[in-house]
Design a protein around this ligand. Structure first.
Ligand SMILES: [Zn+2]
Length: 283
């Protein structure tokens, strides 16, 4: 009899912990003009792709990670060494243990980049060159594969961005960093598998990216544009919004919606936005 009571208690405990397991999350953090995407699986795996500027890293990314109970990151990908992508990694590394960092080893002689590399070296974090075909292992994520860049690097800093394709629970994502027309054409010519349900629009919605050919290859259903409210670059470009509208893509923007959270649970997708859009999403 006592054994049966214990069995019931154990079953209730297991059932309640299953019911409470957080769904898989892909979070496009509102870091103003920059990029920062957190991927957290329902099995506790966590990866960060870029971390915005240094101030956004300290004021947005680190507080979010701590509040979300992310105590360690299995992988960090720095898509390219511009400050709106890597600056925030400095406060992240000061706050949270990171197991591995993936980079493209591009040369960029800014103080921010130098400081970050010194910090990585001091913390003795494995610093891995991301190559096409390489898989990044994160617990609970079905597949994360590097599509770009090829070596030796030949493009500009944006075009050399690391491009990742990811699948969680049957839902696919393309994270193309800040690539522009040249890298988009290269990926198409290489016959890279680009098709994805979600795309983070390259280079904050600049008109030098998101060509028609590229969007045709990705065929996204949803697009997220990470850009700052009233930014000086005019991102996202009106023509990019027109192209996305022509494809019937649902557009989410961090400048209008704030942080955008995609929840994936058993093949179903929910999209939560931190603030309501105050303007039209697309023309
Ligand atoms: Zn950028």
């Amino acid at each position: 009899m006592r054994r049966r009571v214990w069995l019931t208690v154990l079953l209730l405990f297991i059932l309640s912990s299953i019911a409470w397991a957080a769904p898989n999350r892909v979070v496009f953090l509102d870091v103003g003009q920059g990029d920062a995407v957190l991927i957290a699986s329902n099995q506790g795996g966590a990866m960060l792709i870029d971390a915005g500027t240094r101030s956004a890293g300290a004021e947005v990314v680190v507080p979010y990670l701590l509040e979300a109970g992310i105590e360690a990151l299995d992988a960090v990908v720095m898509t390219h060494p511009h400050a709106d992508h890597i600056g925030g990694l400095i406060p992240v590394l000061e706050s949270i243990p990171v197991s591995r960092i993936y980079a493209n080893y591009d040369i960029h002689t800014t103080e921010t980049y130098k400081e970050l590399l010194l910090r990585i070296e001091a913390l003795e974090i494995p610093f891995i060159q991301a190559e096409p075909g390489m898989e990044i292992e994160v617990g609970g994520i079905d597949r994360i594969i590097v599509l770009h860049p090829d070596y030796p690097l030949t493009g500009g800093i944006n075009d050399n961005s690391i491009v990742l394709w990811m699948e969680i629970d049957g839902i696919s994502f393309l994270f193309p960093g800040d690539i522009e027309t040249r890298a988009e054409k290269h990926l198409i010519a290489e016959d890279a598998y680009l098709k994805a349900h979600f795309i983070k629009i390259p280079h904050h919605g600049s008109n030098t990216s998101s060509t028609l050919e590229f969007l045709m290859a990705v065929r996204p259903e949803k697009a997220v544009i990470s850009c700052g409210e009233g930014n000086a670059y005019g991102h996202p470009d009106f023509e990019v919004l027109l192209r996305l509208a022509a494809f019937g893509v649902d557009v989410y923007r961090t400048d209008l919606h704030g942080t955008i959270t995609v929840l994936i649970d058993d093949g179903t997708v929910d999209i939560l936005t931190h603030k309501r859009a105050v303007k039209l999403q697309a023309p």
